[in-house]
Ligand binder design. Structure first.
Ligand SMILES: [Zn+2]
Length: 439
């Protein structure tokens, strides 16, 4: 049994509790006592301790665009062109180096579980590697090296647009048809830190008559899908199918309780009702949605319709789940002229327990006896966080990834005093991995 002693810890209520002893047996929490004296052997966690943060939507390689494709004009579609130039340069070795550095950056930000929406399946010419899942294996290895959990969302990506063949680098995303995608995806193995899931890239990339095949193959696992991020996707879907992307996915059995719709930005009232009624959940990626000028999705209306919300850093313009959490509320304030659309516990739920559920780690992301011992300590004495009287609200509205000091995953320390214990210089690792791609 190892022990931690948090100055404050958020145990799920309206406010954080003070003086919390957390005993860990193996990988799980064995006991929690608030208002306790520290046991003599306990490791102190200063500030406020949260459950592990979940990053429910990641494309690891998009990190290579930060600081390169953000200034100036352009749209989602011009950004996508820049993204494709990186996509065509990656091989299993460079993917491993880049993803290890990106996941280490996530660990430093308090992210203990990531959902990787993975579609770089084949070589740049579209030919399967000798091991057809070698690119995905690189991601699992990267997560292990960085000390975090991962859910591999094997993405079906068959067309370059509705009715359009794959073009250029897109050929490495494609398996030909949904049956062959399913056969390849079935040939993967989970591991203690790895869970397996699936994804429909979007209604742009999977023909309507193949959606049911993907949904069937993903039975019992998380199934994610990019949904209505851009008005152009809705327009194309309406023109081709006479219905919205939400209605099309619903018609083909894609929307169900283990489904997570990512973005859900441009929805009709009917779409909101259908999503909520299906039991599907929604992942918002507010910093990416701002960066790509996508728009502000109807977060509160989706929650009111019974869709639970989780959060992702998607394109990794920033990697900071606390920033994503407060953005849910702050963007609602801008769009609706009203404060308090989400309370602090709902925002923390989105960052923790809801994200883990979205990634198939039900029960993780809470400080509770029996849960995975994933702990994130956030300092309350930095220039950003000093002076508050509500540690949970301070964490959500003022702290950044830079205030994360300690991260424990499955009872084992991964970050200590702001330093990653396995990847000693994460900044250097990022710059080396990204620099090599642009060589
Ligand atoms: Zn995405």
């Amino acid at each position: 049994v190892t022990a931690f002693y948090a100055d404050y810890a958020w145990l799920g209520g309206d406010r954080a509790d003070a003086a919390v002893q957390i005993d860990v047996d193996g990988e799980r929490i064995a006991d929690i006592r608030a208002g306790a004296e520290p046991s003599p052997d306990a490791t102190r966690l200063a500030g406020i301790t949260l459950p592990g943060l979940a990053n429910s939507h990641s494309h690891a390689f998009h990190r290579a665009l930060r600081g390169r494709a953000q200034g100036g004009t352009g749209s989602f579609w011009t950004w996508r062109k820049a993204m494709y130039t990186v996509a065509e340069r990656l091989d299993p070795d460079s993917y491993l180096r880049l993803a290890t550095a990106v996941y280490a950056e996530m660990a430093l930000a308090g992210i203990t579980c990531v959902g990787e929406f993975h579609y770089l399946h084949h070589d740049p010419g579209g030919t399967p590697y000798a091991d057809p899942n070698v690119m995905q294996a690189a991601l699992a290895e990267a997560a292990s090296a960085a000390g975090i959990r991962i859910t591999l969302l094997d993405t079906c990506y068959l067309t370059g647009g509705i009715g359009a063949p794959l073009d250029g680098v897109q050929v490495r995303f494609g398996d030909g048809d949904a049956e062959r995608w399913a056969a390849r995806a079935a040939d993967r193995e989970a591991a203690p830190h790895v869970r397996l899931g699936a994804a429909v890239h979007s209604v742009r990339a999977v023909p309507a008559d193949q959606l049911a095949t993907v949904a069937l193959a993903a039975s019992g696992a998380p199934l994610h899908v990019h949904l209505s991020e851009q008005p152009a996707e809705n327009d194309a879907c309406l023109a081709a199918h006479g219905r919205t992307p939400t209605a099309l996915l619903d018609e083909h059995g894609v929307l169900r309780p283990s489904t997570v719709a990512v973005h859900a930005t441009h929805l009709t009232d009917e779409d909101v009702a259908v999503l909520g009624g299906s039991g599907a959940d929604v992942c918002f990626c507010p910093t990416t949605e701002r960066d790509l000028a996508d728009g502000i999705g109807p977060a509160r209306r989706l929650l009111d319709a019974d869709a639970e919300l989780s959060l992702g850093s998607d394109s990794h313009a920033v990697i900071d789940v606390l920033a994503e959490a407060r953005a849910l509320e702050l963007d609602e304030r801008l769009a609706n002229g009203e404060r308090g659309r989400f309370d602090v516990p709902s925002l923390l739920d989105a960052a923790t327990v809801n994200g883990h559920r979205a990634l198939g780690w039900a029960g993780a992301g809470r400080l509770r006896v029996g849960a995975e011992a994933d702990l994130v300590a956030i300092r309350l004495d930095s220039v950003r966080t000093a002076g508050g009287d509500d540690p949970a609200a301070t964490a959500v509205f003022a702290a950044t990834a830079a205030d994360v000091t300690d991260v424990v995953v499955g009872g084992r320390p991964v970050v200590r005093e702001g330093v990653h214990l396995r990847v000693p210089d994460v900044g250097h690792a990022l710059s080396a991995a990204i620099g090599a791609l642009y060589g």
